[in-house]
Design a protein around this ligand. Structure first.
Ligand code: MOS
Length: 752
């Protein structure tokens, strides 16, 4: 039985990051005199480009090329792949550098110059003329015309579900609550902006429209394999002629989980000038070029018996998508699996607007939907005069209520109990406004968190060299999450080595394939592959050792040998018979012995419901005169299967909870309703939480053995920290003030 809560191993890449040794995409400088590309974004929300006058731009010093519809043929449409495979997509690439504009910020030109400053200046003086049309940007006014999603991009669940007859049961319920909740558009804003360095080799600057030469791209991405596939399609190249590399990512948050057109445009620019090109989005372009969380309007109705037993619920979500490509923010999806209630309905509808395509942003669907549903549960508790924790325990789902399947594991009860106790929930007096501290109104609120235990196919290779070094490889990514560290730990564990003895190599399409680092799936997917690959290597080493006539283990059956601390193979029956792994490799006459494994999800999806759960308790303080909300204290407990590294996992939970503070209190993208221009497209106007906004955060990692979810027993911790906490904050604000804010973020104006 593996340890359920793994050791607090330091981040393998920590030293490199703080000393500047970790190289991010934009920092790569391939041979051949790198030049700079700057994207020119459309200044209308819809219409035609009628002219691109590049006379002034082209005359400036250092300018190498101005690419637009006048001299560049459109790239190929990239059909989105199934999210369960490689997830390659490049929304709207076929529209770039054409004369048709379908959203504000769409790229109409690319300027390439010797230096970044020269390219920026040329982009500024480039004259683009438009015939503007009126974009359709009204979401709120068109909710009634919302349409069902054409495809289910987010999860393989239907858009609508119904169990029982919810309308009748709701009508018959003794206690009812109903509310409309809304969440705004939000932008991901990782510290590292999207950037691409593209270099052609072979055909060099030739090639023109299609084919020719091999392309290497250093791209800020959550999926090198997916990016390679999307680039090959868009540029009409053989997949083997594209290599994508990205060893360090300065935050992914989901925007880097989609491959965006600028990555292909960097390659187009490099081909046009016959030199490597570096292209980095501006912070402003991050708001119209790399996806966003789509706004939602969610109708939630709950009906219960007087004792709190849920009799029926309905959750109808409408979200925004772009007109040219669809993304569904699946907000009603998590509620299907949360509480025991056999009469329920959920629906998803979309309103199409003329903006850039929204996409997944950390805990897509889960954090928006659970905000609405867990606030509604709080409203129900108030209506019932029942403790919110007691209401949730009353309706605790022992099996998945949507499909009757058992959970692979579920320790939510322990989460409620442990977090409530550490928080001091028992001290809460239920009446709103009943707890104060000087001028501050004090509120206690709680909510449930949940996130699916996703898994993608993944391959890994572990190599033991004769010099004693051990390397583990997979074309996965580390978004700052700890992938390097847990891969090394996992391989080391199987070989009796300390974690620091194994070096992880990732994020290069030359390594064995892996999916995007999204959906909190990397540890489960790649971890399982690494574990199996390392176990395979161990078995190979044992077979070599027992066949080595001069070795100490000669003649034993492989089953009579195991690994021991220090990276040794040892006879089970006689500890004096042992040999270091490095000697096994050296004595075999080979330089390297390796294990490789291709791990795919099994039938666990058919047999089980697979989810991580958590419980979040928060204290807020509200200044009733100024409407200021502070969050001095959070206690959250999560049970997410096996925790490989309690230090990097805790950081994941903390990061999620910080994100949740932003969602609850600060973040909202403001769009000009006439053009689609994002008004607050920088970090002084788009507010994200800073350290001073996030105060005491206490995370409890509840041990949970899960023999069913996947070979390594991990559910993933990347996103669940964001789920539930916004509802807990909103519920605490209600408890402090008696004001129910159903529209995020909870800003001062909504409390005064
Ligand atoms: Mo995440 S939003 O699944 O990259």
């Amino acid at each position: 039985m593996p340890t359920l809560i793994g050791p607090a191993v330091d981040r393998a890449d920590g030293r490199l990051k703080v000393t500047g040794g970790a190289k991010y995409a934009a920092e790569f400088a391939p041979a051949g005199n790198v030049c700079h590309a700057v994207l020119v974004s459309a200044k209308v929300g819809k219409g035609r480009v009628t002219a691109v006058d590049d006379a002034a731009a082209a005359a400036l010093p250092g300018v190498l090329a101005v690419l637009s519809y006048r001299n560049t043929k459109p790239l190929k449409h990239v059909p989105p792949s199934e999210p369960t495979t490689l997830a390659s997509q490049m929304p709207g690439v076929e529209l770039m550098l054409t004369d048709r504009v379908v959203f504000y910020g769409q790229y109409v030109a690319v300027v390439v110059a010797e230096t970044l400053e020269q390219a920026e200046q040329a982009a500024r003086v480039l004259k683009v003329t438009y015939a503007a049309e009126t974009p359709q940007l009204d979401f709120a006014g068109r909710v009634k015309e919302a349409v069902p999603p054409a495809n289910r991009m987010a999860k393989d669940e239907p858009a609508d579900t119904e169990r029982g007859k919810p309308a009748d049961a709701f009508a018959a319920a003794a206690v009812k609550v109903a509310g409309v909740y809304s969440t705004p558009n939000e932008n991901h804003n990782p510290m590292e902006m999207h950037a691409t360095v593209a270099a052609w080799d072979g055909a060099g600057g030739g090639g023109g429209g299609g084919g020719g030469g091999k392309l290497t791209v250093w791209d800020a991405t959550q999926g090198v394999v997916a990016t390679k596939a999307a680039l090959a399609t868009a540029l009409e190249l053989k997949p083997d002629d594209v290599r994508v590399v990205d060893p360090y990512v300065g935050g992914g948050f989901g925007c880097k989980g989609t491959t965006w057109p600028h990555t292909a445009l960097a390659a187009v620019a490099a081909r046009a000038v016959g030199r490597p090109v570096r292209l980095m989005l501006t912070r402003g372009q991050m708001f119209t070029g790399v996806g966003y969380r789509a706004r939602t309007r969610q109708d939630v109705r709950l009906g219960a018996k007087a004792d709190g037993t849920l009799q029926a619920f309905a959750h109808d979500s409408v979200s925004q998508t772009s007109d040219y490509s669809e993304f569904l923010e699946a907000a009603a999806l998590p509620t299907r699996h949360l509480y025991a209630c056999d009469t329920a309905a959920t629906t998803h509808r979309l309103v199409k607007v003329d903006t850039h395509q929204p996409n997944q942003m950390r805990a897509p669907g889960e954090c928006t939907g659970v905000f609405a549903f867990e606030c509604a549960m709080d409203e129900l508790a108030v209506a019932l005069k029942m403790d919110p924790v007691e209401l949730r325990l009353k309706n605790y789902a022992e099996v998945d209520p949507e499909n009757g399947k058992p959970f692979t594991s579920k320790s939510l009860r322990q989460c409620y109990q442990q977090a409530a106790e550490r928080f001091g929930w028992a001290k809460r007096t239920p009446e709103p406004g009943s707890m104060t501290d000087g001028r501050w109104l004090v509120g206690y609120g709680m909510a449930t968190a949940t996130y699916p235990a996703n898994r993608l196919p993944a391959e890994a290779r572990v190599r033991a060299f004769a010099d004693g070094s051990v390397v583990v490889q997979s074309a996965t990514q580390d978004l700052g999450t700890g992938t390097y560290t847990i891969m090394a730990q996992t391989a080391a564990d199987e070989l009796g080595l300390p974690a620091e003895a194994v070096k992880a190599q990732i994020a290069d399409t030359n390594f064995p394939k892996a999916g995007i680092s999204g959906g909190s799936s990397t540890a489960a997917s790649v971890g399982s592959a690494v574990m199996m690959a390392a176990a395979g290597l161990r078995e190979k080493l044992i077979v070599l050792a027992v066949a080595d006539v001069d070795g100490p283990l000669y003649g034993l059956k492989p089953g009579d040998v195991a690994v021991a601390a220090g990276g040794k193979l040892v006879a089970n029956a006689d500890a004096t018979r042992s040999v270091p792994i490095r000697d096994v490799v050296a004595r075999s006459g080979k330089n390297v012995v390796e294990g490789e494994f291709s791990a795919k999800p099994g039938d666990e999806k058919e047999r089980f419901s697979r989810h991580a759960f958590g419980a979040v308790f928060v204290e807020v303080r509200v200044d009733p005169a100024l409407g200021i909300v502070r969050v001095p204290r959070v206690v959250a407990a999560y049970a997410a299967g096996r925790i490989l590294n309690q230090k990097t996992a805790r950081s994941q939970f903390l990061g999620g909870l910080a994100f949740a503070h932003g969602m609850a209190l600060l973040e909202a993208t403001v769009t000009d309703g006439r053009t689609g221009r994002v008004v607050n497209d920088d970090l002084s106007e788009y507010l994200v939480p800073v350290n001073a906004d996030v105060q005491q955060v206490d995370v409890i990692q509840v041990p949970e053995a899960d023999p069913f979810v996947n070979p390594i027993g991990v559910k993933g911790v990347g996103e669940i920290g964001i789920v539930g906490a916004p509802a807990a904050i909103a519920n605490a604000v209600y408890h402090a003030t008696g004001k129910r804010v159903r529209d995020l973020p909870i800003t001062a104006d909504k409390l005064l």
